[in-house]
Design a protein around this ligand. Structure first.
Ligand code: UD1
Length: 318
């Protein structure tokens, strides 16, 4: 895909993953349009791009079909990162999660038909594997979602695949595992690393739901951005689904220990509370397919990524 003439739309562009994708696209010479309803995304994540001629921000919602249709009209590529990302929140409000994650995706896909969009890259989720017991999780497993959030990601992913098969839209689905890094908004629906980090830095102990022996495959957002760029250019990726993780499992207890150590807060011992409904017990990526087809090799270890994140938070608060 030629860089100089390509215009890319990033939905959720002011959000955590989306804003990092925007940065990389701009530095690689693409023209970028970012759309975000600023529900979880923040303008400060894009403040450094606002005066660029090759960048435009639109405050809007992917549920607004008229808007989406207008925005998609003159772009070549769509990175669809806008979503409600919290399992917990989806348990509280499954309909809202469905509207944003499923209807929002369908809106975009419909808008792409008959437009000049040549590739649609969807930020899916490893949560779709749900109760599938095999570890590590590979793309051939039958998804068994156990939360409304996971159902919404699987439904949206299925639409994406159908738009490839039935309508010939070139699509790629990336099943992100537990992505962490700078810029994730802090609140009750944030990822565990953002929550632990914010609590530790304000001298509060981490709260662990359940026994803390549940495991996750934590992947640095910079590796996720690399995977996204590979999905953009790789011909063999079209119509496919890829796991994007690291292949390393870490328990929540281990994570809390590592973070307390790196942040210099070893005295803040975790507090244990009841497990959360809809929580997966173990999640670990088999990244063999992404390595083979995309040439994706994650570079950032969890310890390194967490150290970088502590530095980022420290600089931000100075
Ligand atoms: C996360 C992402 C989801 C993504 C999925 C991919 C968020 C909010 N969720 O879901 O979008 O699709 O990974 O695998 O980014 N926990 C605690 N204490 C806390 C917070 C969480 O013990 O304060 C535990 C949870 O109970 C869970 C684990 O940490 O067992 C991870 O939770 P969370 O970061 O919310 O992520 P997932 O539910 O795995």
């Amino acid at each position: 895909m030629s860089r100089s003439c390509s215009k890319v739309l990033v939905t959720g562009g002011a959000g955590f993953i989306g804003s990092h994708v925007v940065d990389r696209l701009l530095s690689d010479g693409f023209e970028v349009v970012a759309i975000d309803n600023l529900c979880a995304g923040r303008l400060e994540n894009l403040a450094h791009c606002q005066n660029r001629e090759d960048f435009r921000f639109i405050q809007g919602d992917v549920r607004d079909f008229g808007l989406v249709k207008r925005v998609v009209r003159d772009v070549d590529v769509v990175f669809h990162e806008a979503a409600l990302v919290s399992v917990n929140r989806s348990v509280e409000d499954p309909a809202l999660t469905n509207e944003v994650n499923v209807t929002g995706t369908l809106n975009l896909l419909k808008a792409c038909l008959g437009s000049g969009v040549r590739r649609f890259i969807y930020g899916s989720s490893s949560s779709v594997y749900g109760e599938a017991e095999t570890l590590p999780k590979h793309e051939g497993l039958m998804p068994q979602p156990i939360s409304p959030y996971a159902v919404s990601k699987l439904a949206a992913e299925s639409y994406v695949k159908v738009f490839y098969k039935v309508y010939g839209l070139d699509t790629v689905c990336l099943r992100y595992f537990n992505v962490y890094g700078s810029r994730q908004a802090y609140g009750p629906y944030s990822g565990v690393i953002t929550i632990f980090m914010n609590r530790l830095l304000s001298d509060q102990p981490p709260v662990i739901y359940g026994d803390g022996e549940q495991t996750r495959d934590f992947v640095d957002v910079r590796d996720v951005v690399d995977a996204s760029m590979l999905a953009l250019t790789n011909r063999g990726a079209v119509g496919e689904v890829f796991n994007i993780g690291t292949g390393v499992a870490t328990s929540i207890n281990q994570l809390a220990g590592m973070l307390r150590e790196i942040a210099g807060k070893i005295d803040l011992k975790p507090v244990y509370e009841n497990p959360r409904p809809g929580d997966i017990r173990h999640s670990l990526a088999d990244i063999g397919k992404a390595k083979k087809i995309l040439g994706y090799y994650p570079k950032v270890s969890l310890r390194e990524g967490l150290s970088n994140l502590v530095d980022w938070y420290t600089k931000r608060s100075l």
